[in-house]
Design a protein around this ligand. Structure first.
Ligand code: GLU
Length: 294
């Protein structure tokens, strides 16, 4: 809990890029929205580098991302939190869920899952909904695979997790969001859409979902401002917050920038990377105008 100053009751916002490529105009929109809302409310702006995928997110890309943000004119509180330096916090969160008997190991490969999945059933990210292959597996096959050193993921037993949340007094799981005008809305969260989601990956000892709720709490984030592409993830984040006894932030999901053909801007779209635009002579003011317009 070293990131939280209990005496600071200002609103706290964060921009949390995954630096597996150069920051682009979509990132600029998100960062600028966080900055504008933090300023408007006299709040704090924090930056978090979401680099649990240490191979795909090398440190030099994180440093380049911070350089882009500074060039845009943003100022944030130090220190920047690098998720790759806090695996112990995510392990502790997973251990808490495990102690509640809500996690189970899954050795299945993507191919096995796709083959066993029920046709037409997908999670909100478009991946085949996990068909419960290792749910309720007996001890013998698990021990056999463990003895062979086979990698495994830890999945959330969604049915048990929903029951546990209900037992904690959350009969109806909701999230609170704020629109551009600051109006508050309460929406029902439906985490079951994710099925038995992976919370600890095979290749890294956490997942986006587990790390994000852990860090938002550890950093004392009161307002989560991020793109509409993460709207469905909020449902799951609320469930994890209830299970882990974490505070509930207010959410704002902003519009996404699209290219001429209506597709979401990709990080790899070099022509819209901030570094490339800067090299072409764009100024920070040009970037601000552009993200307000598109
Ligand atoms: N790291 C995520 C991304 O770059 C955003 C996470 C979040 O804002 O919750 O898409």
């Amino acid at each position: 809990m070293d990131d939280v100053d209990a005496t600071d009751d200002r609103h706290a916002f964060r921009f949390a890029p995954s630096p597996n490529g150069a920051l682009h105009l979509g990132h600029a929109l998100s960062a600028l929205q966080n900055d504008a809302l933090a300023r408007k409310s006299g709040g704090r702006l924090l930056v978090r580098i979401e680099d649990i995928d240490t191979m795909r997110c090398p440190r030099h890309l994180a440093i380049a991302a911070l350089g882009d943000l500074a060039w845009l004119g943003l100022a944030w509180e130090e220190p920047v939190r690098y998720q790759s330096e806090h695996f112990a916090d995510y392990r502790a969160a997973a251990a808490k869920l495990d102690a509640m008997d809500l996690l189970y190991p899954c050795f299945a490969s993507r191919t096995e899952i796709a083959a066993a999945a029920r046709p037409g059933e997908f999670d909100p990210d478009g991946a085949p909904l996990y068909p419960g292959i290792w749910l309720n597996a007996s001890a013998a096959p698990i021990e056999e695979r463990l003895a062979r050193g086979e990698p495994f993921a830890l999945r959330l037993d969604m049915a048990k997790a929903l029951a546990a949340a209900q037992a904690r007094g959350s009969a109806r799981l909701t999230f609170t969001s704020m629109n551009e005008q600051g109006h508050i809305q309460i929406t029902e969260a439906l985490p079951q859409r994710w099925g038995d989601v992976v919370l600890v990956r095979k290749d890294t000892p956490t997942s986006y979902h587990l790390s994000v709720v852990t860090d938002d709490a550890l950093q004392g984030i009161t307002h989560v401002v991020r793109g509409l592409d993460l709207l469905a993830a909020t449902d799951l984040h609320r469930l994890l917050q209830v299970l882990l006894d974490l505070p509930e932030p207010v959410y704002h999901h902003h519009r996404l920038l699209t290219d001429e053909s209506g597709r979401k801007l990709a990080k790899s779209a070099a022509d819209t990377s901030l570094a490339e635009l800067r090299a072409q002579g764009w100024t920070p003011a040009d970037i601000r105008r552009k993200v307000e317009m598109v």
